[in-house]
Design a protein around this ligand. Structure first.
Ligand SMILES: [Zn+2]
Length: 216
């Protein structure tokens, strides 16, 4: 990857961070976004709100989490991002946020079952829930990577949601859909609980997604 590609990726991270704020997926400094680079990653800095974020504020980290001298401090949650790139060659972008309805469910200890066909955007028949671990720790990075095995999205207990995808645009779109699914599931629970689609019905959804070129 040359400098020009890296700059483009930095700009895209800024755009995605600002889109997350504009769409209500995060507030203040709570979300973070990253993209894979050869030998490491680019990640949003700690404590900078999306409206003040610039391409040169994005932090480049190597696989051990080291940044060049003079960089801003990376997001405290960089280990979750780094851990996913190490384990998931299919993921080139990671988006994490505390979007409201996903966080409501995560705080109630509820993964999202296949109550609506669009739950399939997470790559599986459910959007699972990673167990609670302290933010910023290697233990949380491990819990999230385990919960994401075989899928692209999960809730994080008492915390929020995280999505990994081949591109930043796709990660943002999935995170937005996870929040929408969380909101609808929450509403369905409030009026007596949803009816759950069975495995055959969800298999048909995945087949249909493939046909539309939108699968997995
Ligand atoms: Zn967080």
């Amino acid at each position: 990857m040359n400098d020009r590609d890296e700059l483009r990726l930095r700009e895209e991270i800024v755009e995605v961070s600002q889109a997350m704020a504009a769409r209500g997926l995060n507030r203040g400094t709570s979300g973070n976004v990253s993209a894979r680079l050869a030998g490491g990653l680019l990640v949003t800095p700690s404590g900078v709100t999306p409206d003040r974020l610039t391409a040169d504020a994005i932090v480049r980290l190597d696989a051990e989490g080291r940044a060049p001298a003079g960089s801003l401090k990376p997001s405290s949650e960089w280990r979750m991002h780094s851990g996913l790139y190490a384990r998931r060659p299919d993921m080139n972008a990671v988006v994490h946020c505390h979007s409201r309805h996903a966080t409501v469910l995560a705080c109630a200890g509820r993964p999202i079952p296949a109550f609506h066909y669009m739950v399939a955007v997470g790559g599986r028949n459910l959007i699972p829930l990673a167990p609670y671990r302290t933010f910023g720790t290697a233990a949380l990075a491990q819990a999230v990577a385990d919960a994401l095995d075989g899928g692209l999205a999960c809730l994080m207990a008492n915390h929020g949601q995280i999505v990994g995808a081949p591109t930043l645009a796709k990660a943002l779109a999935i995170a937005e859909e996870v929040e929408e699914q969380a909101a609808v599931y929450w509403g369905a629970l409030a009026i007596g609980g949803p009816k759950i689609l069975d495995d055959a019905q969800m298999a048909a959804v995945f087949a249909q997604f493939k046909g539309y070129g939108q699968g997995g």
